[in-house]
Design a protein around this ligand. Structure first.
Ligand code: GCU
Length: 465
């Protein structure tokens, strides 16, 4: 009898627990008919921790976004021709002058050296290549290493490739002992990074962000580059990395629109693209650039400038990436320019607390990618990156896609958690969990690439172009 009683009590507690759990989840998911909303408990906790930062949707002040389809002189952009010939170059120039800075072009003496080719890597699943890109053509000059895996099972020789910069060295994305250990300067805090240098202990440390085998199994190649090869991520007055090699300051003064680190990293992605064009194993017409966080900002800027990048993906890129600056939700322009004074050009600092003076906002960065496919992804707990601001940016880029005769982000409201929108040329999802590059994200990016590149599991074309 006593046993039966405790069983009943136990069952009641279990049901109560499940109901609470459900309720709690719903609270962070918001009303399913209204789409995602941030968890009120999370908003409260973050607001308490950072009273200087706004995490409350109710406190977002009214703002007016610049219209991507109106020229600075007030002329309306009425057709694709006017967008291409006039407005697109104007918008690109505004981003160069006021946000990311101007970068040099392809260096004349750029050279590639393939130093590793293994057609039987990862137990035969992949062909592995490693390439040094000598930016100045000189062995001792600044250079970057590209690690490339291509699926051996693909029926096609040239395969579509995802290219992504990484945070802790190529060797950190997979434990494959054939990957050269990075010798470059590295931020502390990474597993196996000692005195700002990688050690053997850091091999595969970032594996969870790069599901290499899954990418290969779906018929895609993966190319990755350590971002610190291009420009070490600390403020040294632009002496090291590509700035040191290519800047020509007038009487020692850098111009207020000279490229910052994001400009440098994006430039590195274009140099990787230069290499892909020379490699017959790579389908260089189907390159998807993907980046997480600061590297998501970089992927968008690279894709906006370099039209050879066929698909662009921003993972949790936030302020200075996909999120609208004018919302001042989570990280702000002032905050980012203060914490990371080397990321943008000096002119961007003029907009600290003056976001409304900007002649662009980040929806126009996405519009620069049109009509190419672009995917923006947020994470439920990553309020620092302003998920709603990222969604709205993607949505407000859509009129440009429509003008160019294609679909943009075809949704009026944010989707529920883990419910991707992939109907048009702009994809979007908000994943449960925090600021990260997760396998869920990769799987959605590959679904999207399948649609736009027409690739099935074997790497066979399924889409007529
Ligand atoms: C910081 C920064 C963000 C950036 C992120 C990252 O949080 O404030 O703007 O996206 O670092 O790159 O991890």
């Amino acid at each position: 009898m006593r046993k039966a009683k405790s069983l009943i009590i136990f069952c009641c507690l279990l049901v109560l627990g499940i109901v609470r759990l459900q309720y709690g989840q719903q609270a962070s998911r918001g009303d399913p008919d209204k789409g995602w909303a941030a968890s009120p408990a999370l908003v409260r906790a973050l607001s308490k921790r950072r009273p200087d930062i706004n995490y409350d949707e109710e406190k977002v002040s009214k703002y007016t976004l610049p219209d991507p389809l109106v020229m600075l002189d007030g002329t309306k952009v009425k057709d694709a021709e006017a967008w291409r010939a006039k407005r697109r170059p104007e918008v690109l120039e505004l981003f160069r002058t006021h946000i990311y800075g101007n970068a040099p072009g392809r260096p004349e003496r750029l050279r590639f050296k393939v130093f590793d080719l293994d057609r039987n890597a990862l137990g035969g699943q992949a062909t592995r290549k490693q390439v040094t890109v000598l930016f100045t053509g000189e062995e001792e000059g600044v250079s970057m290493e590209i690690l490339i895996y291509l699926p051996n099972a693909s029926r096609k020789r040239a395969v579509p490739v995802f290219v992504a910069l990484n945070f802790y060295g190529n060797h950190a994305i997979h434990p494959d002992p054939g990957i050269r250990l990075s010798k470059s300067w590295m931020r502390g805090g990474g597993k196996g990074v000692i005195n700002n240098r990688a050690t053997e202990g850091s091999r595969g440390a970032r594996r969870s962000s790069f599901p290499v085998e899954e990418i290969l199994a779906r018929g895609y190649g993966l190319a990755t580059i350590y971002y610190g090869d291009i420009d070490p991520d600390f403020h040294d007055g632009f002496k090291n990395g590509v700035h040191g090699a290519f800047d020509q300051p007038l009487e020692g003064e850098r111009a207020p629109d000279a490229w910052g680190s994001i400009g440098g990293w994006a430039w590195g992605l274009s140099r990787a693209m230069d290499y892909f064009e020379t490699d017959d194993d790579i389908d260089h017409k189907h390159i998807a650039v993907m980046g997480h966080s600061r590297l998501g900002k970089t992927a968008l800027w690279a894709g906006a400038q370099d039209e050879r990048l066929a698909l662009v993906i921003s993972n949790n890129s936030g302020c200075g990436g996909a999120a609208l600056s004018r919302r001042r939700f989570g990280e702000t322009v002032k905050r980012i320019n203060t914490s990371f004074p080397h990321w943008f050009c000096d002119n961007f600092k003029k907009y600290n607390d003056h976001e409304d003076d900007l002649l662009v906002d980040q929806h126009m960065l996405i519009a620069l990618i049109a009509p190419r496919p672009v995917y923006v992804a947020s994470a439920d707990r990553d309020l620092w990156a302003d998920p709603r601001g990222e969604f709205l940016s993607a949505k407000h880029a859509s009129p440009v896609y429509h003008l160019l005769g294609t679909k943009g982000l075809e949704s009026e409201r944010m989707p529920a958690l883990d419910s991707p929108i992939q109907k048009g040329k702009i994809g979007y999802h908000i994943r449960s969990g925090g600021h990260a590059l997760a396998e869920y994200d990769w799987q959605r990016y590959m679904d999207f690439a399948d649609k736009h590149f027409g690739t099935d599991k074997s790497g066979t074309d399924t889409k007529a172009e």
